[in-house]
Design a protein around this ligand. Structure first.
Ligand code: NAD
Length: 259
């Protein structure tokens, strides 16, 4: 097992990509803290994925300094340490820039960027104290590298994560803490299911065309990336042994983006 004895905190782990990563980490022997907005949902997910001793649910709005600090303290009280952080919690809101409400812009940056910063800071303090390294993984997107219409704050935030990961790689190196970014293409989760009718309305096309002509248009085979594909990349980054792999980003997108 690649992650035996390790403790991971996965944010946004009550759904979609985060939940599958938590499942994959548990299968590799890790104990996982399911950190999501709603305590009952976090606890139900933890129970579903393995229950006591394997998974533990906490309530954590990643954009709240107080909730991040409190959630991490509970995680450490339960499992004694933190070796892996997957900063994954996220939302999507689509609109042309000219119509984008300022509060929605700020909410997006708060969840994706403040959330990544606050969870990173809390986890780094613990990892430095432990003294035996760690792995921090940010859930970027193809939108960390490329732009799409209607997604100004999302694209801005996802690009920003590359910068944060590179700084963490530099600062963390002396403590053997690595930082990397996974950049998935479109994955069928509630986050994407919500966008399909919204984009159809904005562009005045059918939902089928949103999938075929926008979402999967530039993939090599017209296929969605799966939560399992992304979880495999998350196991790879978490289990890598040295600073040889740090400050990097990996695109998992059926060839939508190649670089
Ligand atoms: P999802 O909607 O299935 O899950 C997101 C989870 O994040 C939910 O459980 C939600 O409750 C939680 N969350 C939202 N705001 C939060 C907050 N403030 N604090 C804590 N938790 C919060 O979505 P998903 O598709 O699994 O997305 C997970 C991540 O993957 C996001 O960062 C998203 O941007 C990224 N991503 C998704 C895709 C895709 O196509 N689905 C592609 C690239 C990147």
């Amino acid at each position: 097992m690649l992650l035996a004895g390790k403790v991971a905190v996965v944010t946004g782990a009550a759904s979609g990509i985060g939940k599958e990563i938590a499942k994959a980490y548990i299968a590799e022997g890790a104990k996982v803290v399911i950190a999501d907005l709603d305590l009952a949902k976090s606890e139900a997910t933890a129970a579903e994925l393995g229950g006591k001793g394997k998974a533990f649910g906490v309530a954590m709005d990643v954009s709240s300094e107080q909730q991040v600090e409190a959630g991490m303290a509970k995680a450490i009280a339960e499992f004694g340490r933190i070796d892996i952080l997957v900063s994954n919690a996220g939302i999507q809101t689509v609109s042309p820039i000219v119509d984008f409400p300022f509060d929605k812009w700020k909410q997006m940056l708060a969840i994706h960027l403040d959330g990544a910063f606050l969870t990173t800071r809390a986890v780094l303090r613990q990892m430095y104290k432990q003294g035996d390294g760690g792995s921090i993984i940010y859930m970027g997107s193809v939108h960390s590298k490329a732009a799409s219409a209607l997604k100004a704050p999302y694209v801005t935030a996802k690009h920003g994560l590359l910068g944060l990961a590179r700084v963490v790689a530099k600062e963390g190196a002396a403590h053997k803490v690595r930082a990397n970014v996974i950049c998935p293409g479109f994955v069928r989760t509630p986050l994407v299911d919500k966008q399909i009718p919204e984009q159809a309305k904005e562009f005045g096309i059918s939902e089928e065309d949103v999938v075929k002509k926008i979402m999967l248009k530039d993939t090599v085979d017209g296929e969605f990336t799966t939560v399992q594909d992304v979880a495999e990349a998350a196991v790879f980054f978490a289990s890598f042994k040295s600073n040889a792999l740090t400050g990097q980003s990996l695109i998992v997108s059926h060839g939508w983006a190649m670089e």
